[in-house]
Structures are given as C-alpha cells and as structure tokens.
Design a protein around this ligand. Structure first.
Ligand SMILES: NC(=O)c1ccc[n+]([C@@H]2O[C@H](COP(=O)([O-])OP(=O)(O)OC[C@H]3O[C@@H](n4cnc5c(N)ncnc54)[C@H](OP(=O)(O)O)[C@@H]3O)[C@@H](O)[C@H]2O)c1
Length: 286
C-alpha cells in the first residue's frame, strides 16, 4: 500500500463493494491517506474482512458490513449500523455494481429491474441516508461510472443505462447538495486489469490485455490500485470544484480507441501494415 500524506486524516469513508477489485483498492488508498473506512460487501465476507485488516494494518479503523444494494431493507440496516458506529460519514464512494451482461434485445424485465435497483434506486437510497450523517460543512460523494456510457461494449447496454442515470444524478445532486457544502463527483475509469475483466473476457482475456497494452496511449494496462489512486484524489478537498461532473480517468484510452476507428485510422489498418499504428503518422508541417 503506497503511504501518502494524511490528507484525509480523521475522515470516515464508506466504500461500497470493497471486498475486491476497485472498491478494495479504494479502501486501501483512502486508509493510506489517513481515513477510517466502512467497507461493504455482498457475499464475500472473508475477502472484505481481509481488506479491513489491511486498513487496520496502517493504523486506521475499519468496519466490514454486509449490504445487498438491490434490497431496501439491507441498505436501511447498513445505514443503521453506520449511524451507531462510527456515527458519521465524510466520504461516500459508490462503487459497487452488478448486472446481467447481455444484448438489450435479450434483457428480461427482471434484469433491468435488478440492475437499476442496485445502481439507481439503491444508490439514491444510500445517498439519502448518508448525507444526514455527513458533518456540518459537507462531505464528498464519489460515484463510479464506466466507459460503457460513452462507447459500445457488447453486453453492457443495461449497465451503461444505469451508469448514465448515475452520471445525471451526479450533476443533479451536485446542484442540490452544493449549498450545504456536500460535493458530488463521478469518475469513469478505463479497463482495469483485474478479476472482473478476467471473468468477463474468459478465454479472450490474455489476448485482449496484450491488445490493450499495444494500443493504449500509455502502452500499458491499469491496475485497480492505480485507478483507486484517482478515486482517492477525488475525495480530497482540492477536488471540490469538480462538483457535478463526471471525469474520465482512462489515460485517454477510449479517445484513442475512437481515433483508431476514424476514417484515417481505418485506412491505415486496411493498408495491412501491422507494424504501423495511426499515431505513428508523421506530423504535417504548417
Ligand atoms: N473492472 C473494470 O474494468 C471497470 C471499468 C470501469 C468501471 N468499473 C466500475 O467500477 C466498479 C467496481 O468494479 P470492479 O470490477 O472492481 O467490481 P467487482 O470486482 O465486480 O466487485 C464488485 C463489488 O461489488 C459488490 N457487489 C456486487 N453486487 C452487489 C450488490 N448487489 N449489492 C452490493 N454489493 C454488490 C461485490 O461484493 P462481493 O465481493 O461480496 O460479491 C464486490 O465487492 C463498478 O461500478 C464497475 O462498473 C469497472
């Protein structure tokens, strides 16, 4: 765990979906900056407890609490537990998400309702319950979106729609909560080289990661720990004027991808010179 300045000392963060992946990495990153952390998990209690231990190992307090974000009663129980101990929340990181990845034409009503129950209704219920636990002067809410709101990812239609709704709520909540000092920021990470992408890509994982390394402008993949550093920065006071916006933190990966599918990029690809990349084209002198 990278030790940083204690910029978040004495703050309490609540990170949803912190038993693994980006949520677990964010819990560690916030602890490294001095925050105590409430971590939620859905089923993987052992993994959540292990992350809580990592937080305690750097001298911070940690609580691992079960919460099914698709269920109203489960969120109410989480809020009750948090109100009792630690009693206040300065930072909420809405990270957890789940869906059934499938083409929209194969999505059943129950898939739509469950995806939206977790990322839209559950998210809003959580925000409504956490804001009263935030200190006078306000807190920070960081909402994790995804590149699927901006670019087609096969099977992501439902999750993209839910994330797009969250991005709208980031802007609206930013306006509604701003007057009391609570600021709301969305963040859209790129592909994270971790367990969930591995599960999603299955046998294509290795090939896809090689392609990502070869074509990403930074010529590498991003780990959840690196992506979490951006989330932790968004929790600091200095990020307050990002209120209402959703920032991309994919190292220009999506922008470059779109460029490759532009007319010029496609022509270079059709030239069948695999050793050439569109970005290798010489600059045209003025
Ligand atoms: N992975 C990527 O490449 C990527 C890229 C862009 C954006 N994102 C976004 O980043 C966030 C984290 O992604 P990730 O890949 O790190 O996630 P992940 O590894 O799939 O972990 C999901 C976390 O959410 C919890 N969770 C799942 N369903 C839940 C539910 N119904 N109620 C409450 N908690 C639930 C899980 O708990 P259990 O462990 O107990 O099941 C786990 O802690 C998501 O919002 C995702 O959309 C991910």
């Amino acid at each position: 765990m990278t030790q940083r300045t204690a910029e978040l000392a004495d703050r309490v963060a609540l990170v949803t979906g912190a038993s693994r992946g980006l949520g677990a990495a964010t819990a560690r990153a916030l602890a490294a900056m001095g925050a105590d952390v409430v971590l939620t998990y859905r089923r993987r209690q052992d993994e959540a407890e292990a992350v809580a231990e990592q937080v305690r190992a750097v001298g911070r307090r940690a609580w691992a609490v079960q919460c099914e974000l698709g269920e109203e009663a489960s969120i109410a129980a989480l809020l009750e537990a948090v109100a009792a101990d630690p009693g206040r929340i300065d930072i909420l990181v809405a990270n957890a998400a789940a869906t059934s990845f499938r083409p929209l034409m194969q999505a059943e009503r129950r898939h739509v309702e469950r995806t939206f129950a977790i990322s839209v209704s559950g998210f809003l219920q959580l925000v409504q319950g956490v804001v009263p636990l935030m200190p006078e002067g306000g807190g920070r809410i960081v909402v994790v979106s995804g590149a699927d709101t901006r670019t087609w990812i096969p099977g992501h239609g439902l999750l993209a729609a839910a994330k797009a709704a969250m991005e709208s709520m980031v802007a609206y909540l930013g306006c509604e909560l701003g007057p009391q000092g609570t600021t709301v920021v969305g963040v859209s990470p790129g592909w994270l080289d971790g367990e969930s992408i591995e599960a999603m890509l299955g046998p294509f994982y290795d090939t896809a990661m090689v392609a990502e390394r070869e074509t990403h402008p930074m010529r590498r993949t991003v780990s959840p720990d690196e992506a979490a550093e951006v989330l932790a920065l968004l929790c600091t006071d200095a990020a307050r004027f990002l209120n209402g916006s959703t920032v991309e933190s994919d190292g220009a990966g999506i922008f470059a991808l779109l460029g490759r599918y532009s007319v010029m990029g496609a022509k270079v690809a059709l030239a069948k010179k695999p050793d050439l990349d569109p970005s290798d084209a010489p600059a045209v002198p003025l």
